[in-house]
Design a protein around this ligand. Structure first.
Ligand SMILES: C[S@@+](CC[C@H](N)C(=O)[O-])C[C@H]1O[C@@H](n2cnc3c(N)ncnc32)[C@H](O)[C@@H]1O
Length: 151
């Protein structure tokens, strides 16, 4: 029996389409979860460790989305105080996980951040305030209060 091309070709096309749509959905769903490898933690130019650009970053680019945990100031003490962000209320503190915790301070920062509520909890979203060259150290501002409340 001869293969009926009128049946086989549409079947092949349909199979390709279904596989393509499936792969697109999987990749599309995963995309927000795969952090682009654009930050490395290395010896800082100002203190201890710091965050550095592994590639050119453009103004407005999201550098990292840090899953965060809001706790109270009573949960945080000692040196850890220097690594957390302010939370929604006076006594709340935000523990941002990932590289976001290790950025050093500058009063002329090249990075800023905002908090975003997601279905899985808060995230601290770090983004570029300007074009940043590969190899540059990344800084956000801790704010004036941060320094006046510490020695
Ligand atoms: C969130 S940590 C930053 C990462 C830290 N450099 C490390 O090695 O773990 C905050 C601490 O880094 C230091 N730091 C951050 N920015 C600084 C700056 N511009 N000058 C001096 N020290 C800084 C301070 O000791 C501060 O307590």
């Amino acid at each position: 029996m001869e293969p009926n091309l009128l049946v086989i070709i549409p079947l092949l096309l349909l199979t390709t389409l279904v596989i393509g749509i499936g792969a697109g959905m999987i990749l599309g769903r995963k995309a927000p979860w795969i952090p682009r490898k654009i930050v490395a933690i290395e010896a800082s130019t100002v203190s201890g460790r710091g965050a550095f650009a592994l590639k050119k970053i453009r103004e407005g680019d999201i550098i990292e989305r840090c899953p965060a945990l809001e706790v109270t100031d009573k949960d945080i003490g000692g040196e850890l105080l220097n690594y957390v962000f302010y939370g929604k209320t006076e006594n709340a503190r935000l523990v941002a996980m990932g590289n976001g915790m290790l950025f050093n301070h500058s009063s002329t920062p090249n990075v800023a951040y905002y908090r975003e509520e997601t279905s899985l909890g808060p995230e601290l979203v770090l983004y570029a305030l300007q074009d940043i060259s590969k190899g540059e150290e990344l800084f956000y501002s801790y704010g004036d209060e941060w320094w006046t409340t510490r020695q």
